[in-house]
Design a protein around this ligand. Structure first.
Ligand code: ZN
Length: 166
């Protein structure tokens, strides 16, 4: 109860402080690369920090990076605040080129041919210090887009498309 109250208080504080620095951290499980940056402070986006994030979240198969949708970054920032953690997201898949997505879709029925990963609007992640179900439930609670739960593969897909879940 106390933990829930603290989390709620923290979330309210974040909602009400638009100038609060927004930090994100990622570890790409395919490349081993990590990034831990403040991407927004004093209401200003740090474009250097965004480029660092884009690079770690690139299509590691082809080396292509795209600017990740800032709504997705804000969703991920708020998700960590909600879950009261500063652990890095462990990234299974961020941006995907059309070629990579087509290859993955051929190999797995779980991969959409019109995936929002190709628009840099989706990411597959887990948090090392939170149960996967907690990440899913928190993402569902934000109602900012799609949430897919993949316990067998140990990740949650979040995107900033329509609100939906599977
Ligand atoms: Zn996904």
């Amino acid at each position: 109860m106390l933990a829930a109250t603290l989390t709620w208080t923290r979330r309210l504080a974040a909602e009400q402080a638009p100038t609060e620095p927004r930090a994100l951290a990622f570890r790409n499980l395919h490349t081993g690369e990590e990034v831990d940056v403040v991407y927004r402070a004093d209401g200003q986006v740090d474009h250097g920090a965004l480029r660092e994030i884009d690079w770690v979240l690139r299509d590691f198969r082809t080396g292509e990076a795209r600017p990740m949708d800032q709504r997705l970054l804000d969703l991920l920032w708020r998700l960590r605040v909600t879950l009261d953690t500063t652990a890095p997201y462990e990234v299974i898949s961020g941006y995907r080129s059309a070629a990579t997505n087509a290859m993955l879709a051929r190999e797995s029925r779980g991969v959409s041919r019109v995936s929002l990963h190709m628009k840099a609007m989706a990411i597959d992640v887990r948090l090392p210090d939170r149960p996967l179900m907690a990440v899913r439930d928190a993402a569902l609670g934000l109602r900012r887009g799609g949430v897919g739960y993949y316990p067998a593969s140990d990740f949650v897909h979040v995107d900033v498309g329509r609100v939906r879940w599977w």
